[in-house]
Design a protein. Structure first.
Length: 365
């Protein structure tokens, strides 16, 4: 018995176009949400990393008589004089000592090298790469930037371009105020921290003082970030005031950790709006959660970044809020020079930044 097949009608062209249009519409609706979810995930991981690192910093202090890690006067003492001790690859290196304390096994731990020997420089370069490519708690997921060694090519085979160090330590807390000839790292201009030494008990109000923050070392206009890999402060090699691992923070008008020159209200904003390619927004390297990576971006008014405080809490703040000097100096510091600060700080906290002098300083609470 023969059965006639009933033909199945296909989609018409109009139906196909409608389906494609619906799919395109759904993609357009969902993509921004997916992007926001991805950015939020990066924020969560970044905050978690910083919180974990501050906890390690406090464990280190409890084991080493309250010493703050990452200082030429504490964990970086030997490196400060040019000796690679298998742990700190530079006098300002806080990452190596914390990783070692936490049982992480990295390159170069069995090598001790005096001066700039090939063995020592090779080990230091390998250890630096380990921090920025292997150790998860040191890698900020929002940091997709490359940094080159400075000066370029001096130690070519040992230090190479790679992921930028994404977390910095505040050197107002890791540097002493003794002059270099006495083994210290000198005070910064415009402020007096007394006889400060890098120990937790000298910091002051721990819940209000920044230990670690998102930043970069260093970046200048129209240039990608670079890093100072010199081993020590006192061996003639540099490692200038924070080296690859720290700096004074966003408070300083000449800060290389968060350059606000083209931020709203600052001196270079008009130049940036007129020619964003010639005057790019350098905040994108540091506070990475607000300003896009595209240097032509002119719409963003605020860059967002994490600050991690000595008591262990982490806060996401705008780059303008981060210029508050109370965050960056030990309690009792006397601030005396208005030229130290960004315009935003001068306008927002004149009693702390603008109306100050040698005879009438602001005393940090």
């Amino acid at each position: 018995m023969r059965h006639d097949r009933v033909g199945r009608a296909g989609f018409t062209l109009i139906e196909l176009l409608v389906v494609i249009a619906i799919i395109a519409l759904l993609i357009g609706i969902l993509l921004p949400s997916l992007g926001k979810a991805r950015d939020l995930a990066r924020q969560v991981i970044g905050a978690s990393n910083l919180r974990s690192n501050v906890q390690s910093l406090n464990v280190y202090a409890s084991e080493y008589k309250d010493a703050i890690v990452g200082s030429p006067d504490t964990s970086g003492f030997e490196a400060s004089f040019g000796t690679y001790n298998g742990i700190a690859m530079q006098s300002w290196d806080w990452m190596g000592p914390l990783a070692f304390m936490n049982g992480r096994i990295g390159p170069g731990e069995n090598i001790r090298a005096e001066g700039r020997t090939r063995e020592g420089e090779t080990a230091r370069g390998q250890r630096f790469d380990w921090y920025r490519s292997v150790v998860d708690e040191y890698i900020c997921p929002a940091n997709r930037f490359q940094a080159a060694p400075f000066p370029g090519g001096r130690d070519g085979p040992f230090f190479t371009t790679g992921r930028m160090i994404g977390y910095n330590m505040s050197t107002q807390f890791t540097s002493s105020t003794r002059p270099p000839e006495e083994g210290g790292t000198s005070p910064r201009r415009g402020q007096d921290r007394g006889n400060y030494k890098p120990f937790i008990y000298n910091v002051g109000t721990l819940y209000a003082k920044v230990a670690l923050f998102e930043g970069h070392r260093f970046a200048s206009r129209n240039e990608k970030p670079d890093f100072d890999h010199a081993i020590g402060e006192r061996d003639g090699g540099g490692g200038w005031f924070g080296g690859a691992f720290g700096g004074v923070g966003p408070v300083w008008r000449e800060s290389k950790e968060l350059d606000r020159t083209v931020a709203p209200g600052e001196s270079g904003r008009r130049l940036h709006i007129a020619d964003p390619l010639e005057f790019p927004d350098m905040r994108r390297f540091a506070f990475r959660h607000g300003v896009r990576a595209d240097p032509s971006e002119v719409k963003a008014t605020e860059a967002l970044g994490h600050l991690a405080f000595f008591d262990g809490h982490v806060k996401l703040v705008g780059d303008a809020e981060a210029t508050d000097p109370d965050l960056w100096f030990p309690t009792g510091t006397r601030l005396r020079d208005p030229s130290f600060f960004w315009r935003h700080a001068l306008q927002t906290w004149p009693e702390k930044t603008l109306n100050i002098s040698d005879s009438d300083p602001y005393i940090v609470p």
